[in-house]
Design a protein around this ligand. Sequence first.
Ligand SMILES: [Fe+2]
Ligand SMILES: [Fe+2]
Length: 253
Amino acid sequence: MSEQTIFGKLFKAKRNWSVMPIQSGNCVHGAEKTVQKALQARLLELPVGEWIKEGARREKHWLSEDGLRLLASNFKDEQKHDEQLDYCYRNLTLCDRETKEEIEKESQEIIQKWFKMGEKYHPILVTWIAEQSVFFPVLTIYRRLGGVQLASVAAEISRDEAIHARTNGTMSKMLGQQITPELDDLRQETMEWLTSDLDGSIDGIYGQQKSYLDQSYKLLHEGKYIEFKDTSAAIMVGFFETHRSHIPRYGTV
Ligand SMILES: [Fe+2]
Ligand SMILES: [Fe+2]
């Protein structure tokens, strides 16, 4: 398949959605710190957007119109993800202030390391690794441990990210980019930090740190992680779980 066909198909597969309101709510009991850490990963959305933009700038001499249109649209998606996740971060109170501050401080160190990778390596490669092996596990945490609202957010963002990861993975391959041990180590370090509070007290595979570490590794190196395949099922939010502004008001003008 030509580059033009792949990128044209990916662009057509996109579905638009709007940022949804979030009100205070709970996550799975015992996962509060993990979900709070996962929300901290939102700080990579805008840098990833910038890397996509920079990647398009660097490669515009060979990319087709379809390719450039897709990258521009993916860049916009990252801004929407940032807005949506920031909304979640501001409206969900999962941890006390002290814990939140501690998480913010710890995350800065990791985020700075990602910034350095963005400068050192091709920005499309770094974006692909972040999406494929950090964002997908983070989205699984939202979906399985984050409660109803974060599960809905994860469903929307996941569809975008699946297209982004295909775009950036395809481009990285075309450019002959390779995953380096340094990038792989940062992936592992990020995932260990994100899931270090899962101490076995939550039942099932979605409560275990090892599952997310395996998911991250296998998604990057093997392209799939079948143990979590039921996350592809659609999310249907119950009437009682829907934000009141999203419920149709019959009979009102
Ligand atoms: Fe994103
Ligand atoms: Fe993305």
